[in-house]
Design a binder for this molecule. Structure first.
Ligand code: ATP
Ligand code: MG
Length: 332
């Protein structure tokens, strides 16, 4: 397997809630293609949960739920290493030298961090919120990933990773490849309120939602009172978002769907979107119902062990490149 591979792929998600359509079209769809071509690492970024909240919350349940979402969409643990941040302490050790390679003002300029600070419910910005893009550099570089399938919000973070890799190599010798982002055709799927669809902003359609929940969410979406449905993202962003969602699920152009609805108004539009989403999610939801916590834990046990082996090797290389000697290793 993977004998002719030219890439190593790393990507991941925070276990902060169910995966949604934004994840599917922004990143999961690419992962499904890549898993047949290259070694793929998928990170359950459980430590990153506390970047913008005080406590990890229902972390155990959220971690297993996330893995079950992966399995339900078709990620295959025989091909993909699915692992947790908290299970690979070497990642945190990599973060330390990496922090020395970026400046405070570089970290402060990151537009995604600024946006997330604006949406955070915390009164003050934690040190982790400010530095988690460096944490992500460790996630990406520990397995020497060259390709990172992500949504558009991650591009500034990937730039931080590239900067760190470049500076490390310049200072200490060539250890890391410079990874490239891989954007999908839907790099920023809007939620039902028009902003980025996000697990934690109450505007998402979860892949595992029931058909009734899906219908209720779409019914509540804001539209307008014009009966003729048209695709005009600038003038009618809410209507355009719904058309785009249907378009993604049906694999059709939103303009074409608008023409089909014609004078049906918001009610016909919402009916069509609901059917499109439910139809699209049906096989994912069916598979999801057949899986249980035990399946997720088994996948993680194996993935954590595989990721850790790789991380230990890379950390050794990093220490060697920097000239650090570990007494116990040197003695043996
Ligand atoms: P949270 O609100 O907790 O931050 P999230 O919905 O933003 O959750 P993440 O776990 O932060 O999800 O992101 C995981 C991956 O999914 C990232 O690669 C991100 O770019 C991508 N992604 C998330 N939301 C979208 C979206 N609406 N459109 C496209 N890609 C997305
Ligand atoms: Mg996010």
């Amino acid at each position: 397997m993977h004998r002719t591979s030219t890439h190593v792929v790393l990507t991941g998600d925070r276990p902060t809630g169910s995966l949604h359509l934004g994840h599917y079209f922004g990143s999961l769809a690419n992962r499904l293609v890549l898993q047949d071509l290259h070694p793929v690492f998928v990170l359950v970024a459980d430590y990153q949960v506390i970047t913008d909240r005080d406590r990890p919350g229902e972390i155990r349940r959220n971690v297993t739920d996330l893995v079950l979402d992966y399995l339900a969409v078709g990620l295959d643990p025989a091909k993909v290493t699915i692992f947790q941040h908290s299970a690979v302490p070497e990642l945190n050790q990599l973060m330390l030298p990496f922090l020395s390679l970026v400046t405070v003002s570089e970290l402060g300029r990151n537009p995604t961090v600024k946006d997330e600070i604006a949406h955070s419910s915390q009164a003050a910005v934690s040190g982790l919120m400010f530095t988690y893009s460096v944490h992500q550099a460790a996630d990406i570089l520990f397995c020497k990933a060259t390709l990172v399938p992500v949504g558009k919000d991650q591009l500034p973070h990937l730039e931080v990773t590239r900067t760190i890799a470049r500076r490390f190599n310049d200072r200490y010798g060539p250890v890391f490849p410079l990874p490239e982002a891989m954007l999908s055709d839907a790099p920023l799927v809007a939620g039902l309120d028009g902003g980025k669809m996000s697990k934690s902003r109450g505007n998402a359609i979860a892949l595992k939602a029931t058909e009734d929940e899906t219908a209720a969410l779409i019914r509540r979406a804001v539209t307008d009172s014009e009966r003729l449905i048209t695709y005009e993202p600038d003038r009618r962003p809410n209507v355009a978002n719904l058309l785009s969602l249907a378009g993604l699920c049906l694999g059709r152009r939103p303009q074409e769907i608008a023409e089909e609805i014609g004078y049906g108004g918001a009610a016909a539009l919402k009916r069509l979107v609901t059917e499109a989403v439910n139809e699209f999610c049906r096989p994912i939801r069916r598979r999801r119902r057949e899986l249980g916590e035990g399946d997720a834990l088994a996948v993680l046990r194996e993935g954590n062990a595989r990721a850790r082996e790789v991380a230990v090797r890379t950390l050794d290389e990093v220490r060697d490149a920097m000239g650090y000697t570990i007494a116990s290793r040197a003695a043996s």
